[in-house]
Design a protein around this ligand. Sequence first.
Ligand code: E4P
Length: 216
Amino acid sequence: MKFFVDTANLNQIKEANDLGILDGVTTNPSLMAKEGVKGEEAIMNHYKTICEMVDGDISAEVLSVTFNEIIEEGKKLAAIHPNIVVKVPMIKDGIKAIKWFTDNGIKTNCTLIFSAGQAILAAKAGATYISPFLGRIDDSGWDGVQLIEEIAQIYAVQGFKSEILAASIRNPNHIIRCAAAGADVCTCPLDSILGLLKHPLTDIGLAKFLEDAKKM
Ligand code: E4P
């Protein structure tokens, strides 16, 4: 399973990248706004900086919702760097645009997936990645990981090539369950990635080893 970090914060991206296990980055308009990135030039420069920091796929989300505008915006984003993946919302014009990008060699990430039906449509359009938002499904009282399992099963049976990018991760346990459920990628907040490191018995064991090492 590939690890992406889900943030537009450059310090967090650097910290995740320095671990040596990072395969890419996802952003969205909310994450970009949180970092104060404003205006077309600043947005383009921010994506360029991320591409120069991380050697992996970088999702950049379109802000348009009509076919022609999505295509124009997506072409501009894709021109920033070969690693840019154009992130397109799961709407009718989005599906049409994903098919166009697929036919024209531009990688896509179909975002805001909340059902297996949406995942099938996105795969049919040739999306490189599809992003089920499992945390938001959990928040609304359903089981997000169950959706990952269902999509993984459908894709295996049908031979769909889109990669399942588990998104809206809330904690380390989500990452573990996504790995078991067959997600190809998990995009996580830095805290959830670092949470995988933690176990109290590791801390107790290390403290004892370091104590005993003084007697060596
Ligand atoms: C995915 O690409 C999105 O950026 C993200 O995972 C959404 O997560 P949230 O539900 O925490 O906003």
